[in-house]
Design a protein. Structure first.
Length: 262
């Protein structure tokens, strides 16, 4: 094969590779700017979150598309506000319910940024988990293009809890640190029982009690370990002292014997 033919084949192969990589790469969504989403919420409390979207027409290149959202909050109200390049509001829409769709984002309208705000009530916890903690979706956003294809923009979650579950979690957190430092198998077993009680969802009092037991066992194990260590140090010190005293007596006995000979 000539050098020219090889060069053409190489270019063709490279072009095919670029096409394949481009086709396999997932479609990007719009850019997410600022967001104000809580990291946790007590069950039944009012929750408000907001997200700002920018670079609306770059990823992918579009002149218009529609925005959709979903949440696990209850008694939900959505507000979608449109801003131009100067930051002036050019439009606003409101939706009710855990899902909304059809919010139009159009370049010809002068829209440069979109702020999505959702407000609702934190839902009940269906299943408790210690690590990672149970969570719910505060909001999830999607971009829908003409023809029906959809890109996920992003999703935000938060931990939800009750007063009782939070108290039990605090006890577990304190116990976990103590157990990890102690290296006690007994304390670790008790801690695992506490976690199981917590994750059952109806034994937070027992979980708190067992977490306290695990912490006590961990402290006792640490104290025992420190006592043993001190005993070892003390024994070593006595041995060293005995060696010194013995050496002194031996030296003196040698000196005495030398004097007698003299």
């Amino acid at each position: 094969m000539t050098k020219t033919s090889w060069s053409r084949c190489s270019k063709l192969a490279l072009a095919c590779l670029v096409v394949l990589v481009t086709a396999a790469a997932p479609a990007a969504a719009v850019s997410v700017g600022e967001n104000d989403v809580p990291s946790d919420a007590q069950v039944g409390s009012k929750v408000t979150a907001s997200v700002t979207l920018d670079e609306l027409y770059k990823n992918p290149q579009l002149e218009s598309w529609t925005l959709a959202g979903s949440t696990e909050l209850e008694d939900v109200t959505w507000t979608v506000t449109y801003y131009d390049q100067t930051g002036a509001k050019v439009g606003q829409e409101s939706f009710d319910g855990q899902n909304f769709s059809g919010a139009s984002v159009v370049a010809d309208d002068g829209t440069s940024e979109v702020e999505v705000s959702v407000s609702g009530t934190a839902p009940e916890v269906e299943s408790y988990a210690y690590d990672p903690a149970q969570s719910f979706t505060v909001l999830s956003l999607e971009q829908t293009r003409s023809g029906g294809s959809t890109n996920a923009i992003d999703s935000w979650s938060a931990r939800h809890f009750t007063e009782e579950s939070q108290s039990a979690r605090n006890a577990l957190d304190e116990a976990q640190a103590a157990v990890a430092d102690s290296g006690s198998e007994e304390a670790q077993n008790t801690f695992e029982k506490a976690v199981s009680a917590f994750e059952s969802g109806n034994s937070f009092g027992l979980a708190t009690e067992l977490a306290g037991d695990a912490q006590s066992q961990a402290r006792q194990a640490q104290q025992s370990s420190q006592t043993k260590q001190m005993a070892i140090y003390a024994a070593g010190g006595l041995l060293a002292l005995g060696a010194v005293v013995g050496g002194v007596f031996y030296w003196r006995s040698q000196q005495t014997g030398y004097d007698k000979l003299g």
